[in-house]
Design a protein. Structure first.
Length: 337
């Protein structure tokens, strides 16, 4: 396979800028947000440690198969389902089983997973095959999300007993707009980009993951993670991710090597979809030029300002940021993401 070597140095020289956004806490009725020590910017990975990453997109989405309008109509009749948190389709479940069988051949140390239902359902077969727990982390969550509409980890547990409820996440919530912001309660797109910069740093500097082999079950917009490793100013350079596509890369000695991109899943997935298609930033509804300009600003700001993640937003506490799901997340404003 073609190996593309990328310099990692720019990632570790970013400075953290003070954020002007407000934060919502998202662990349900348990309002005590778990926090952990975040590594300092001047810390370096262990010498010679190779961190291997398999970036896996979720499988085919049910709402794309049945139609978004049909799914939204069902959501209006049932408060327990949300437009932005659809399950997998039958095809998506088969894709998840097939990608699990493929990954079973690897020596995996940890499974990190987005809190969204489609990502959890994609990761579950692999957890069942390996006996590894699911580590739910908002660092891997959807772009341009409204985290308050999601069930808590405790509420997911009866359906996903593989979840490690004692895991302390890198991010237990995300930065969102305040009540006076343009989209109250929603994560601004630039904050998703900063979150990917933060995730790239943590995967190589957090002692739980540095030097290990980690699978990330996440979303197509997490391709920004590849650009974060390299410090590239072009998000489209990260390529595309197919449903249950696997992007394989490793970080060693300050350099990142992309072993395989995940734009083609035909080597390990036989269940094909005509609805959830390979997606990259070139397919976003946001013009690529403006997306890349925003990414450049995110690189200048640096990783998510985690110092504010332990704070409780007064709007969230008072209920002024309603938990409705009428916004359009990144996955619904793009073409079949």
């Amino acid at each position: 396979l073609c190996r593309l070597k990328l310099e990692l140095a720019p990632l570790f020289t970013c400075r953290v800028a003070a954020s002007t956004w407000q934060v919502m806490q998202t662990n349900g009725q348990d309002r005590e947000l778990k926090t952990r020590r975040v590594v300092n910017a001047d810390e370096t990975p262990k010498a010679g440690a190779r961190t291997t990453i398999f970036l896996v997109r979720h499988g085919d989405r049910y709402d794309y198969e049945c139609g978004k309008d049909v799914w939204k109509a069902r959501c209006t009749k049932n408060s327990f389902v949300k437009p932005s948190d659809p399950p997998l389709s039958a095809t998506g479940h088969q894709q998840a089983r097939e990608v699990a069988a493929c990954l079973q051949k690897k020596r995996i140390d940890h499974i990190l997973v987005s809190p969204y239902l489609r990502a959890l359902q994609t990761a579950q077969p692999f957890a069942q095959l390996t006996g590894l727990p699911l580590l739910v982390d908002f660092a891997l969550a959807e772009s341009h999300q409204k985290p308050s509409v999601l069930p808590s980890v405790a509420q997911r547990l009866p359906y996903f007993p593989e979840i490690d409820e004692d895991y302390i996440p890198m991010m237990g919530t995300v930065v969102v707009d305040g009540a006076d912001g343009p989209e109250p309660g929603v994560e601004p797109r630039i904050e998703h980009m900063r979150r990917m910069i933060f995730l790239a740093k943590q995967l190589t500097m957090d002692q739980r993951f540095s030097g290990k082999t980690v699978v990330l079950f996440t979303h197509a917009a997490s391709l920004a993670l590849i650009a974060a490793f390299s410090g590239s100013d072009a998000l489209d350079s990260a390529g595309k991710l197919a449903p249950c596509g696997i992007c394989h890369l490793f970080v060693e000695g300050g350099k990142t090597t992309v072993v395989a991109h995940g734009d083609d899943n035909s080597a390990y997935v036989t269940a094909k979809s005509n609805f959830t298609m390979p997606w990259g930033f070139v397919d976003s509804a946001e013009p690529l030029d403006s997306t890349n300009r925003m990414w450049t600003r995110a690189l200048q700001f640096g990783p998510t300002d985690t110092a504010i993640l332990g704070q409780m937003s007064s709007e969230a506490e008072s209920g002024t940021l309603a938990d409705d799901d009428t916004y359009e997340p990144e996955s619904l404003t793009a073409s079949k993401m």
